[in-house]
Design a protein around this ligand. Structure first.
Ligand SMILES: Cc1ncc(COP(=O)(O)O)c(C=O)c1O
Length: 388
């Protein structure tokens, strides 16, 4: 963008930077024979019953505006799903339907952040979290996940000392994109006690909650919070129900926030589309078998990816406990953007550079293994030959 035009932009939009994942993907879009493992989405389409419910809903005339907080039938389905999976006790006043996790995140930032508010986030982390809060004027403070004994680890005492009484919010994402780190229920409980004491919002990005290696759902604040705690869960149909292109998600928040979120929805998008919401009802109500199949598929993908990466001598592999990524470093490679570009040019495998996830991600690469076995084998054959 030229400098003169920058003067006509808001300071906040002028300060935004292009996603480095996108930057690499732009280079490879037109390259023949690319295996794209750079984005966070699986290779599989949405379930047939989800598709047919949207089609049926359109054919039945669901063409009109919806309530700001979402269709009541979907909000009720979110309530029964949440209470069933997490042993929670929410009701519809806690549920707002959103047009994706990304849009839910933006609504949350608009609802609770004033310019200058201190917000603590974790790194490496999904870049949209800090960028979205920065757009609302937050002053972002970063706490770093570290590798300990081959696993990603969060130093809780450091996190708690960063959460001073003036802090407005802490934003977490567990299972974490890109590392696969998962926060234990004990850590969540310690954090909740601290945040209750100082009146700090906990915002939990739970979009990978059901993509958990050790069970059907990752440990969740939803199991230990009360509906009126300063706690917001951001969720999405994208990952666990293979619905990235539908743009549908939901928030669980204190009932006092319901009217605020409804107003913000009115001024941002008015409402998510009705026929898409109808598909969401079917996903939550009838989606468990398909979700189990996805979990099994991802389990196999992880075993394959882990064993192939461990075999590459210069790769430092780190265990992941959830989501669908391997986040690894390569000995001697300190510039992840250069490395991802070289790998793309030389092998045609598209990986995300670790620097896209913050400075703590530099030196790493992220690979999404949500692909069929033959695609992964081909990708690792190419990577192995190049890296070693
Ligand atoms: C941690 C995290 N949260 C939210 C999202 C957004 O998901 P969507 O906007 O498709 O619902 C992503 C997508 O990659 C993500 O990694």
């Amino acid at each position: 963008m030229n400098r003169e035009f920058d003067n006509h932009l808001s300071a906040r939009s002028g300060a935004l930077s292009v996603s480095k994942i996108r930057e690499i993907a732009e280079l490879g879009f037109d390259q023949p024979n690319v295996i794209p493992l750079w984005f966070g989405e699986g290779a599989w389409p949405s379930a047939e019953n989800i598709v047919s419910s949207a089609v049926a809903s359109l054919e039945a005339g669901d063409h009109f505006y919806q309530p700001n907080s979402g269709k009541m039938v979907l909000r009720e389905e979110v309530v029964s799903y949440t209470n069933r999976i997490y042993n929670a006790s929410i009701d519809v006043s806690n549920v707002t339907v959103t047009a994706s996790g990304t849009q839910g995140l933006a609504l949350v930032a608009q609802a609770i952040i004033s310019p200058g508010d201190r917000v603590v986030v974790l790194e490496p982390g999904w870049p949209n979290i800090s960028q979205t809060f920065e757009i609302s004027g937050a002053n972002i403070v970063t706490e770093t996940l570290e590798v300990k004994d081959g696993h990603w680890h969060l130093d809780m005492s450091e996190l708690l000392s960063a959460l001073t009484p003036e802090t407005q919010a802490v934003v977490l994402n567990s299972p974490n994109n890109p590392t696969g780190w998962v926060m234990s229920i004990e850590e969540q409980s310690t954090l909740l006690t601290h945040c209750r004491k100082y009146g700090i919002w906990i915002v939990s990005d739970d979009v990978y909650s059901r993509l958990y290696a050790n069970g059907s759902a990752a440990p969740s604040f939803l199991s230990i919070t009360n509906p009126d705690d300063l706690f917001i869960s951001i969720n999405s149909f994208s990952k666990a129900w293979s619905m990235t292109g539908w743009r549908l998600g939901w928030l669980i928040a204190p009932a006092q926030l319901e009217s605020v979120l409804a107003m913000l929805t009115e001024f941002n998008i008015a409402c998510p589309p009705g026929f898409i919401q109808q598909a969401g009802v079917v996903a939550l109500r009838d989606g468990e078998d398909r979700l189990q199949a996805l979990q099994d598929q991802l389990g196999q993908g992880y075993v394959l990816a882990a064993s192939r990466l461990r075999n590459i001598r210069s790769v430092k592999f780190i265990e992941s406990a959830g989501a669908f990524y391997c986040f690894f470093s390569v000995t001697g490679a300190s510039d992840s953007m250069v490395l991802a570009r070289n790998i793309l040019q030389e092998t045609g495998v598209g990986l995300a550079p670790g620097i896209a996830f913050g400075r703590a991600g530099e030196g790493y690469l992220r690979l999404c293994y949500a692909q069929p076995e033959d695609v992964l084998i081909e990708a690792f054959d190419r990577l192995e030959a190049f890296i070693d």
